[in-house]
Design a protein around this ligand. Structure first.
Ligand code: FAD
Length: 438
């Protein structure tokens, strides 16, 4: 239905009665981080709006319909969302607390107990095992669209939340209202929205971050990430594989079809590489691509029998210098985008959401104003160091494994093998990667 300028409330593209345009807080961006934050604020007295430029229609989420067919897949191939996340124990605990983990597990999810990381250029390798740290799993590989669907299902009955979608932010103004500072958002249609606090969860190219002039430090990784789904001849055994090649890391993340016959024969691929190499691999015919991929992972899972369409994303590292400016706060990729090599991006964003929800609730209980700078700065202090530390670690890994000098290669290989033989350090690394012990 065409939506005119006098239309002021849109839900899944349908016009409804006009709601007030004023909220306590507006979350812009209903990706995994923004939607999680809305869930975490569900039991507060706040009047919230969650705004996204795309419709929140669970049925319209590609691949959500169970076992739907991927483009180009034959009738025997399950359709997986090409975008998946390695969900850490810390993120899983958050989802359990929100009451959505059961739905995610029921729909499709693969817990992995082992992870093998090795250097293409020598003999160095590390094996992480959940059993070594007394855990049932190291993490779970989940399709992003399934996490979003579980979040939207939960939010649909949220008593203090208005979902405004599809609706995009066009511009932003700071103004005073009865002695309180407010943010006003002009939308691409309908009435403006106004709130005491605006939370930008609108992703790596955050419009809110740009409109509010947040300064960032950013640089190109000189890597593109190629993602796809494959079927392998051998079962993955619930093990994640990562091989560091001089052109960039290649990860095989185990998927679970939920079907008995071939439950362990599908993997999601995240292959980061220099742009020229990415263009070359993207242009290969399917059979040549599969042969290349099988060789790149040293045939650990036998032949690649089938592959879904490939997608490629340029990777850029970006970190906002501050996460708070007046009554605007950044969370998730709007605050930081990081190389996917350790699968930490959304996990860091979820920790941001948890810390912000906790600080806002604590501030309200202490009788503070919602956008009290003391409350918002507490959130920033809790998250900025952790996020920066993880980003520098990924940057270090990327350079370490791209290095061709013989002494560095020797050190890298002997270092990996040495860590593999030092359970205390190895287990500490595993617990950190799982979001524990921070
Ligand atoms: C190849 C690849 C593999 C990855 N693998 C992993 C992994 O294994 N584990 C992991 O933790 N992370 C991984 N990541 C990172 C992870 O995908 C991101 O960190 C995560 O999706 C960020 O979530 P977000 O909600 O902050 O932002 P987004 O998912 O980008 O959501 C932003 C939302 O804001 C909306 N929006 C944008 N602009 C506007 C506007 N002007 N008005 C209204 N709405 C707007 C968008 O529609 C969108 O819904 C990977 C990333 C890549 C590229």
């Amino acid at each position: 239905m065409p939506l005119g300028n006098n239309c002021n409330y849109i839900y899944n593209g349908k016009m409804k009665a006009a709601p007030p345009t004023e909220f306590d807080a507006i979350i812009v961006g209903g990706g995994m981080v923004g939607a999680s934050l809305a869930c975490l604020l569900e039991n507060t007295p706040l009047r919230l709006a969650l705004v996204d430029q795309s419709a929140f229609d669970v049925d319209a989420i590609p691949y959500f319909r169970q076992r739907s067919m991927a483009d180009g897949a034959s009738a025997n191939q399950p359709g997986f969302d090409p975008r998946v996340s390695a969900i850490t124990a810390a993120s899983k605990n958050l989802f359990v607390g929100m009451g959505i983990w059961n739905e995610i597990e029921r729909s499709r999810c693969c817990a992995y107990q082992d992870m093998e990381v090795w250097d293409a250029d020598g003999t160095g390798s590390i094996h992480f095992a959940a059993a070594d740290i007394n855990q049932a799993e190291l993490g779970s590989i989940v399709e992003n669209s399934l996490v979003s669907a579980a979040l939207y299902n939960k939010l649909a009955s949220s008593p203090n939340l208005e979902i405004l979608a599809p609706l995009a932010v066009d511009s932003l103004d700071f103004l005073e209202q009865e002695g309180e500072s407010m943010v006003q958002l002009q939308m691409d249609r309908g009435r403006p929205l106004r709130a005491k606090l605006v939370i930008a969860a609108d992703g790596a190219n955050s419009k809110i971050r740009q409109l509010a002039n947040f300064a960032t430090r950013e640089w190109d990784y000189d890597h593109h990430a190629l993602v796809t789904t494959v079927r392998t001849a051998s079962a993955h055994g619930n093990e994640a594989l990562q091989r560091f090649i001089d052109t960039g890391p290649l990860a095989f993340l185990p998927l679970n079809t939920g079907l008995d016959s071939d439950a362990q024969h599908y993997c999601s691929i995240v292959w980061s590489m220099v742009p020229d190499k990415a263009r070359e691999i993207m242009s290969l015919p399917d059979d040549e691509f599969r042969a290349h991929l099988a060789a790149a992972i040293e045939h650990r899972l036998g032949e690649i029998e089938w592959s879904a369409p490939r997608f490629s994303f340029p990777l850029r590292q970006r970190h906002a210098i501050d996460y708070v400016h007046r009554n605007i706060v950044l969370v998730g990729d709007a605050a930081h985008s990081i190389h996917p090599l350790a699968g930490q991006g959304v996990n860091l964003g979820l920790l941001d959401a948890a810390a912000l929800a906790e600080e806002l609730s604590r501030g309200l209980q202490a009788g503070r104003k919602l956008a009290d700078p003391i409350v918002l700065q507490r959130y920033q202090r809790r998250r900025i160091g952790h996020n920066l530390g993880m980003m520098w670690l990924m940057e270090g890994f990327k350079h370490l494994f791209a290095e061709q000098a013989l002494p560095v290669r020797w050190l890298r290989n002997s270092g990996m093998t040495a860590i593999d033989n030092l359970p205390a350090i190895k287990n500490l690394l595993a617990r950190r990667a799982m979001g524990m012990d921070w």
